[in-house]
Design a binder for this molecule. Structure first.
Ligand SMILES: Nc1ncnc2c1ncn2[C@@H]1O[C@H](COP(=O)(O)OP(=O)(O)O)[C@@H](O)[C@H]1O
Ligand SMILES: [Mg+2]
Length: 222
């Protein structure tokens, strides 16, 4: 599903954020990426998400050379092929829950009725249907992250990416999001999780890698 080959990412100065990194993620895996702050975790995620390009090497996702895409093709790739979840949810606070979840379908011009059916199905599945018409500001952190996951899954992406999805949550909400991600992976969703939360990695990951200074220093499979 993901093939990263000899990837280096350098910013203007200093040592590279990622150094000659090679990594393969199979369909159905949940890969957790651990590592200290500044070790390159978000950089790795951003390259897979097509939000940034490597300085060297190749990134292939579901057969597509992501590092090679034009800006237009990248935008389409991000809409259709990956769903992203962030530490601070990144929901639009002046849209209702269901309108947040509908957004990716609208951007992809999915017919209205079909999109609404899909959004309602997801809200039901993720246990937040009763909040469909409220604004995200009214919800707990755990509920907001469920909305963000629903939005990420709206266009049925082959790959779910998450950057510290439990990083801003209290203990109970973090456990809730852990359970959700574990269930989604058990149902076959391939995912790449960047996290400090070893409980998340322990609960959810089929494989865990650790980064230090942009290199893989440890790999543990379940
Ligand atoms: N846009 C950027 N410009 C310059 N340096 C960056 C940028 N993004 C990340 N870095 C640097 O790259 C390294 C890895 O960062 P990052 O991938 O965000 O680490 P992590 O997510 O593990 O905390 C850090 O040294 C960081 O300062
Ligand atoms: Mg980070």
């Amino acid at each position: 599903m993901i093939e990263i080959r000899a990837v280096t990412k350098s910013y203007d100065d200093g040592r590279p954020a990622l150094s000659d990194l090679t990594l393969t993620v199979e369909q159905g895996e949940a890969l957790a990426v651990l590592g200290a702050s500044g070790s390159g975790k978000s950089t790795l995620l951003n390259l897979v998400a097509g939000l940034d390009r490597p300085t060297d090497g190749t990134v292939t996702v579901a057969g597509t050379r992501v590092d090679d895409l034009s800006e237009t093709a990248l935008a389409r790739y991000r809409r259709a092929r990956v769903g992203m979840v962030f530490q601070f949810f990144n929901l639009l606070d002046d849209l209702t829950v269901i309108d947040n979840v509908l957004l990716p379908a609208q951007l992809s011009r999915v017919p209205r009725r079909e999109a609404r059916d899909r959004a309602e199905e997801l809200l039901g599945k993720l246990g937040i249907f009763r909040h469909a018409k409220v604004f995200p500001g009214r919800l707990s952190g755990g509920e907001r992250q469920r909305v963000a996951v629903a939005r990420a899954l709206m266009n049925r992406p082959p790959l779910l990416l998450a950057d510290e999805p439990t990083g801003a949550l209290d203990t109970a909400s973090a456990a809730d999001v852990r359970d959700l991600l574990t269930t989604l992976n058990a149902e076959g969703q391939t995912m790449l999780l960047v996290t400090h939360d070893t409980a998340l990695a322990d609960a959810c990951a089929t494989r865990t890698i650790e980064l230090a200074d942009g290199r893989i220093t440890r790999m543990v499979s379940r």
